[in-house]
Write a protein that binds this ligand. Structure first.
Ligand code: PLP
Length: 381
């Protein structure tokens, strides 16, 4: 027995060639993971994570409860202090994942009568948080300051009690592009609004010591909250919300995805600690940037500029319209040894289906050249 309505939805997915299925991990050349610096497979980080636990005589496997009950291990304080120093902020609050952080933030901070303005391509976790909020939410056109400005002008007609929250990503997960952050900060200042930046795909990749785009642009004092995830360049799991001491206190009291869940285990905390130490000394970021530059050169060499969304990040998306076509090309790549994921509608809008190339420090120049040569043969026919 399975509800008919749900069965119908699955059948629709199949008909659109958009049924999601769990695959197995493979040993193909990685152009799809978020492991931009290769930290997830770093033996150094693995060993220092272990040594740190042993050195501190920590032998617990699990957290045993919510951070507000039995789960607030002493490592949380050590690592949140490290994170707030590293990210140049007053405070830091660790969540179990980026998804939890965004849902917890947006469901608790904007209040009834407030307004949220969000970029139309914002991540699903932010959308889900917004859905749980009592505030009114309006989307603005992707990376379009003019559209955001006109929404703000309209927002001003509301009561003086209304707080306006603006949210965007410093590197967009599906497009790899970035907004004009300085321009958005100017707008926020002019209209006295609160700015939230999701730095999931920027931390580790941009900024001195990989601290992210906000710090690279020296904008941290103008941002109400930054969301940083540890599952991407940091190579582990979890997330942190960076902001003021009052923000932290508020979230600890009202953010339900922080309160009603078992805390991260000590091993993950030690892993985050080790990865942040590695961020300071690693040469992988330089290599990643060399690979990013090489990828862009090869796009031009192979005449592929018109297929790619302009990006300066580690994410490069090649638009290939139609779920059938993009899936077929991804399959060909996999048969030839390259792991490149098709991004299908409805994850992205129809006609905007794409192959998403995620670049890493460990990709070789040869692999990058080969993969784009192949792409040219697939799309130029
Ligand atoms: C922009 C953005 N924010 C948040 C998340 C969620 O982070 P996590 O994977 O830690 O739940 C992701 C990951 O997909 C993301 O791309």
């Amino acid at each position: 027995m399975f509800p008919k309505k749900l069965h119908k939805k699955l059948e629709e997915r199949k008909a659109n060639n958009a049924l999601r299925q769990l695959g197995t991990q493979c040993n193909l050349v990685d152009f799809s993971s978020n492991d931009y610096l290769g930290f997830s497979k770093s033996k150094t980080i693995f060993n220092s994570t272990h040594e740190f636990l042993i050195g501190h005589n920590i032998t617990h496997n699990g957290a045993t409860g919510s951070r507000l009950l039995s789960g607030n291990h002493s490592l949380f304080n050590i690592i949140e202090t490290l994170l707030s120093n590293f990210h140049n902020s007053e405070s830091a609050l660790i969540f179990n994942s980026g998804y939890d952080a965004n849902v917890g933030f947006f469901s608790s901070i904007p209040q009834r009568g407030d307004i949220i303005l969000y970029d139309e391509y914002i991540h699903a976790s932010i959308r889900d948080g917004i859905k749980l909020s009592n505030a009114k939410a309006y989307k603005f056109k992707h990376n379009n300051l003019e559209d955001l400005g006109s929404h703000l002008e309209r927002g001003l007609e509301h009561s003086p009690e209304t707080n306006i929250y603006i949210v965007t990503e410093s590197v967009f997960s599906m497009d790899g592009d970035s907004p004009d952050l300085k321009g958005i900060v100017q707008l926020c200042k002019k209209h006295h609004t609160f700015l939230i930046i999701d730095e999931a795909h920027a931390v580790g990749v941009f900024g001195e010591r990989g601290a992210g785009l906000v710090q690279h642009l020296k904008l941290e004092k103008n941002i109400f909250a930054r969301i940083i995830t540890f599952g991407k360049a940091i190579g582990t799991h979890g997330a942190v919300i960076i902001g003021s001491e009052s923000l932290k206190q508020y979230l600890v009291n009202f953010s339900r995805s922080f309160i009603y869940t078992t805390a991260l285990p000590p091993h993950t905390l030690s892993n985050i600690h080790s990865a942040y130490h590695e961020l300071i000394i690693t040469k992988n970021r330089e290599q990643l940037h060399k690979n990013m530059a090489h990828f862009k050169n090869e796009i031009i060499k192979n005449g592929l500029q018109n297929y790619f969304i302009e990006s300066h990040s580690a994410i490069h998306s090649c638009i290939i319209s139609g779920n059938d076509t993009v899936k077929r090309i991804a399959q060909k790549f996999q048969e030839l040894g390259f792991n490149i994921k098709p991004i299908l509608s409805p994850t992205v809008p129809k006609e905007q289906e794409r192959l998403r190339f995620c670049l890493h420090a460990f990709n070789s120049e040869g692999d990058i050249s080969d993969v784009l040569k192949l792409l040219a043969t697939f799309v130029h026919i």
